[in-house]
Design a binder for this molecule. Structure first.
Ligand SMILES: Cc1cc2nc3c(=O)[nH]c(=O)nc-3n(C[C@H](O)[C@H](O)[C@H](O)COP(=O)(O)OP(=O)(O)OC[C@H]3O[C@@H](n4cnc5c(N)ncnc54)[C@H](O)[C@@H]3O)c2cc1C
Length: 457
């Protein structure tokens, strides 16, 4: 089959790109190839009863399929250049924000109307943070919630399915340059196209590296974020989450002057596992629907590790730490803050007697056996700093799940159109290393689609 445009990956990057092509009215032949399932068939076998932990499916339903890694996410679309990616470095700050707002309009017109848009503007929390050595980053956040996020995806798919060829359960194995474009090799045969947009996210990071190497495209990899997911009674963080929902707070540690930051805050949410290439790490989400709210709030505390040459495998470093926790805990490990600071492991009985009921069934253990000391010291310092603006954060019963690893794709060398050194081959979303979030990934998809449309004329 020959296409005008082939998009590899049906995560937010691929979806909003195909939306833009479909909307253009240019009648282009666009094919989307996705290794996972259509939305309605994405089902993680963990049910908390018969299957309690990750069984390492061939393709992870949480990470792959229509909607990508974002499908069961909390659906927090951050409209900001302060975090979530560096798209602005390629296309300019105003343009990046404009595209994020455009994506927000698509979301609200496809089921997200009525969801709340939070903002850090004029908040007193900023001052309270500054008084305690903490820094609140400016942003607007549209919180769709896992349930509405699903509905938006469902509506988008229904609108796109007659205009775009979706090939599910079809992993792309290779991308080759042809005289007039590209040939992609899948498990079910080959297809050609004039323009190829690669949007394979974090789960496709290793594959992306192979493609870059086969096409001689330069890459750079030097960062990984390592930390824990913190779970506390929701009331402790309510002064922050009621007003801002998600606050990105950064703290510089006194001991090492490392930066520790909050990430992915889920008020009244649940802690979940995540399987990236067979490695089980921790994450979290929450629902807009109040009937699915829990009594807890969770968020990650992460420390970025940047490596310098000769070491190049930052993700490998993160994977090794996650593997260590998988080895000791059989998956994700949980520890009470009081146990960690007293230098002892948590046990089933200590967790049972704790006043915070875990929302994830994880193995009680000792995170100090897994997380490097410098990182763990930074996390402990930040928990005490957060305790000053949200008293109770440093309670003994605060739960820490580990490890949370935020893998970064290597950065693909791209020009300002997000085009590689191979003409007509674009890389968008988290797979490019340029974005790390729903809003930035989606915006990059719209940007590249518009660029290709302008070339086609
Ligand atoms: C549990 C969880 C919660 C999250 N919560 C939030 C949040 O609230 N807010 C936020 O901003 N971000 C969140 N994120 C991150 C967010 O989901 C990602 O930043 C976003 O999905 C990136 O979009 P993408 O299109 O670049 O990649 P992805 O969403 O990863 O999509 C890539 C797609 O490509 C497919 N693919 C990979 N390789 C191939 C191949 N060789 N052939 C064919 N298909 C392939 C994959 O199966 C996948 O479906 C969360 C992530 C997780 C896992």
């Amino acid at each position: 089959m020959h296409y005008d445009v082939i998009i590899i990956g049906a995560g937010p990057g691929g979806i909003y790109s195909s939306y833009e092509f479909a909307k253009s009215g240019k009648n282009l032949k666009v094919g989307v190839f996705e290794l996972g399932n259509p939305l309605e068939k994405r089902k993680c076998p963990i049910d908390g009863v018969n299957v309690k932990s990750c069984v390492k499916c061939k393709t992870c339903a949480i990470m792959s399929g229509f909607g990508g890694a974002g499908a069961f996410s909390d659906g927090k679309y951050n409209i900001t250049n302060r975090f979530g990616g560096t798209l602005y470095e390629y296309i300019g700050k105003e343009h990046a924000l404009e595209l994020m707002r455009y994506v927000d309009d698509i979301n609200t017109s496809h089921g997200g109307a009525g969801t709340k848009l939070y903002s850090t503007a004029n908040t007193k929390i900023k001052k309270a943070c500054l008084e305690n050595g903490l820094h609140l980053l400016d942003a607007q956040v549209r919180h769709l919630g896992t349930d509405i996020n699903y509905i938006v995806l469902e509506n988008l798919y229904n609108e796109l399915k007659d205009k775009i060829d979706f090939h599910f359960n079809t992993a792309v194995n290779a991308v080759r340059k042809t005289e007039n474009g590209y040939e992609i090799e899948t498990e079910n045969g080959t297809h050609t196209c004039r323009y190829c947009v690669v949007s394979v996210g974090r789960s496709g990071s290793k594959w992306m590296e192979q493609v870059c190497s086969s096409l001689n495209i330069k890459t750079l990899s030097n960062r990984v974020d390592i930390g824990v997911r913190v779970e506390i009674p929701a009331v402790i963080f309510s002064s922050l989450t009621d007003e801002l929902y998600e606050s990105k707070i950064v703290y510089r540690t006194e001991k090492f002057e490392d930066l520790v930051r909050t990430f992915c805050m889920n008020p009244h949410g649940v802690v979940v596992t995540e399987n990236t290439n067979g490695i089980v790490t921790v994450n979290g989400h929450s629902y807009e629907d109040e009937s699915r709210h829990t009594e807890n709030t969770n968020f990650a505390l992460l420390v970025s590790k940047h490596f310098s040459l000769p070491f190049k495998d930052s993700n490998g470093y993160g994977e090794s730490i996650a593997r260590l926790s998988n080895m000791l805990g059989g998956g994700v490990m949980v520890q009470r803050f009081g146990d960690l600071t007293r230098g002892r492991r948590s046990t089933e009985s200590r967790i049972r007697e704790s006043y915070v009921t875990p929302t994830l069934s994880a193995t009680p253990g000792d995170l100090s056996l897994v997380i490097p000391k410098r990182i763990l010291d930074g996390i402990i310092e930040m928990i005490y700093a957060l305790d000053k603006i949200a008293p109770g954060t440093a309670n003994d019963d605060t739960l820490l799940y580990g490890v949370e690893v935020k893998f970064y794709n290597m950065e693909v060398a791209l020009d300002n159109d997000l085009q590689t050194s191979c003409e007509g081959l674009y890389v968008i979303g988290d797979g490019s290393g340029v974005t790390h979030s729903l809003s930035h990934a989606s915006a990059s998809g719209v940007y590249v689609a518009r660029h290709i449309l302008s070339k086609i004329g």
